[in-house]
Design a protein around this ligand. Structure first.
Ligand code: ARG
Length: 582
């Protein structure tokens, strides 16, 4: 039977391996586990899983699919795991897991701190580049996705044992600082020494720059002074940076993301390393002059006319830009931080930039063999009109405003339901809803931001999951301490809904592992929704505390407690709270 390590409690993976072994014996073909084509089975046929490989193999070999299925089944050994396989239709091979196996798997995974995840994971050091707002600008919804997705991935990777280093690649350098510092000198700080509205400040500086040539030339001189390290100019720049960090910290606090000042690695932190990047590229023979600038033309990148595309590493005025900084960051992350995997949680629009940077770093030898760099791309947030989300005034929407509105709406809903105001709960529900709406859609697609939909009590929402968790928590509270430990595993899976819930709970490990391999948090959301749905069917049809026979009570409580653990842990991996009451 299954060994003690929890990887073997992945029923689908175990079945797939056995099916493939049998199919190899039956056909002599060397097949990979995915070629078992193992799918969820239909409950109507009493099947938990089905393997669909007989049809495609038969086509390949010019044989009769049903007959081939029968031959595979003859070679198949699923003792201790499932009942003898049944062939259906044109050659589906159906499996029904043994109740005893499910019960054993539930006992093992419920007491495992990882609830069945991460059994075979080889830990790595992973840098996750996420959030990365820009100084002297308010964070907007574009940064919302990066922050939420990056934080969820960091949590999931930490959970499975990776050594995660978050890097907040804040945009804190560039020629715009000349005009911002001059504006600071002119219109200055408000009385309380703060800039209350960063965006308005930025707009004012830009307007000033465009309308006033004297101001513009002072701003240009400021850029030179800043780059030369003039103390007064540097001090003004540092003030601006600090002020922006205060604004970011408010948003991070509201979102409850784990980003700290220690994770800040702004563009400016690479300044000293930029000349070295260019020199190293030159000695590697990768640089080409182009209209006064120095460029790399990484292989495989061509524009619409088929001409090679340039990654500019030194501009014609001698300055360095975004690409050079990203190259320096790669050297730092691999060299100094020892990263084996680099993740960039950045909007899809920067795909080409990042891929050119990766290709250049690879050519320069900074991404050693075995070190992966991946763009974890995401789409835009759309308004209900299907266009990129804007405020009524047509400006991009501020993140803080959105988050506060979510909290307010959640609070109103709580008052309407329970008659009591609860601020902390409103926050957990409201922020959770914003995060979950983002994480539960396929990250590469755009999604429509709708308060109404994200705060709905039913459907695939965080509120639904939190509600299921609170319901389970209430049952456990009423049962009292110690009620769950007393157990009678033989009666664990008598009813259809108990068995379905048990099977769903076993899916936690595979779901988490799937997020690790695909970097798609929505896989975990879809899974948790399934668990919540299975729990509510179980809850409706299987009395727990009032179970007629006392020996039904303990196993049902155990399923309930396992459900609560899966929902709580799963929500936590998404960065969402699971309140005890709702
Ligand atoms: N600050 C950039 C922006 O707002 C994102 C930076 C992403 N990270 C990176 N290493 N380029 O678009």
């Amino acid at each position: 039977m299954a060994s003690t390590h929890s990887g073997s409690w992945d029923a689908a993976a175990t079945l797939a391996a056995r099916v493939v072994r049998a199919a190899r014996a039956a056909t002599g073909l060397d097949l990979a586990p995915e070629e078992a084509l193992l799918r969820r089975g239909s409950a109507r046929h009493g099947a938990d899983f089905q393997a669909n490989l007989a049809m495609s193999l038969a086509r390949r070999l010019g044989r009769d699919p049903r007959e081939l299925a029968a031959q595979i089944v003859r070679e198949l050994d699923v003792r201790g795991l499932a009942a003898p396989a049944q062939i259906a239709g044109p050659g589906f091979i159906n499996f029904r897991l043994d109740d005893a196996w499910i019960a054993g798997a539930l006992a093992a995974t419920s007491s495992d701190p990882h609830l069945g995840a991460a059994a075979d994971h080889a830990p790595r050091r992973v840098v996750v580049d996420y959030s990365a707002p820009n100084i002297a600008k308010e964070m907007h919804v574009g940064h919302l996705r990066s922050t939420i997705i990056g934080d969820a991935l960091a949590r999931v990777l930490r959970f499975v044992g990776d050594d995660v280093i978050a890097q907040n690649h804040v945009g804190d350098w560039g020629t715009q600082f000349g005009m911002l510092i001059e504006e600071l000198d002119d219109s200055g700080w408000s009385a309380d020494g703060a800039i209350s509205d960063l965006d308005a400040f930025y707009r004012r500086a830009r307007a000033h720059f465009e309308a006033d040539p004297a101001f513009a030339s002072r701003a240009r001189e400021r850029v030179v002074a800043l780059q030369a390290g003039d103390p007064a100019t540097r001090a003004a720049w540092r003030q601006l940076v600090a002020e922006s960090h205060r604004h970011f910290a408010v948003v991070y606090g509201l979102l409850d993301v784990a980003l700290t000042p220690a994770d800040m690695a702004g563009e400016s932190s690479y300044n000293d390393q930029l000349p070295g990047v260019v020199e190293a590229l030159a000695s590697a023979g990768l640089l080409q002059p182009d209209r006064g600038a120095l460029c790399v033309f990484p292989e495989g990148f061509r524009n619409r006319d088929g001409a090679p595309m340039a990654l500019i590493v030194r501009k014609s005025d001698g300055g360095y830009g975004y690409a050079t900084t990203d190259l320096a960051a790669i050297r730092h992350r691999v060299g100094a931080l020892g990263a084996q995997r680099l993740l960039y949680v950045v909007g899809a629009a920067q795909r080409q930039h990042l891929h050119m940077v990766f290709a250049t770093a690879r050519a320069a030898g900074w991404l050693a063999e075995g070190v992966e760099a991946e763009h974890v791309a995401f789409g835009s947030v759309l308004g209900e009109d299907g266009k990129v989300l804007r405020s009524r005034a047509g400006e991009s929407v501020k993140l803080v405003d959105l988050l506060h509105e979510a909290i307010t709406r959640a609070g109103d809903a709580i008052v309407a339901r329970s008659g009591v105001a609860d601020e902390a709960l409103a926050r957990t529900v409201g922020i959770g809803a914003v995060k979950y709406a983002d994480l539960s859609s396929d990250r590469v697609s755009d999604y429509v931001f709708s308060f109404e939909r994200m705060l709905a009590l039913d459907g695939n929402t965080s509120v639904y999951l939190q509600y299921a968790h609170a319901r389970a928590a209430k049952v456990l509270r009423l049962a009292g301490d110690g009620a769950v430990a007393a157990d009678d595993a033989d009666h664990l899976l008598r009813e259809q809904h108990e068995r379905a819930l048990g099977l769903a709970l076993l899916g936690f490990g595979p779901a988490v592992d799937h997020v690790v391999s695909t970097l798609q948090p929505h896989r975990l959301c879809t899974y948790l929704y399934e668990v919540a749905t299975a729990f509510s069917a179980f809850y409706e049809s299987c009395p727990i505390l009032t179970a007629g026979e006392p020996r039904l009570r303990a196993p049902r409580l155990r399923l309930t407690s396992h459900t609560a653990a899966v929902l709580r842990t799963g929500l936590d991996l998404l960065g969402i709270g699971a309140p005890e009451r709702l």
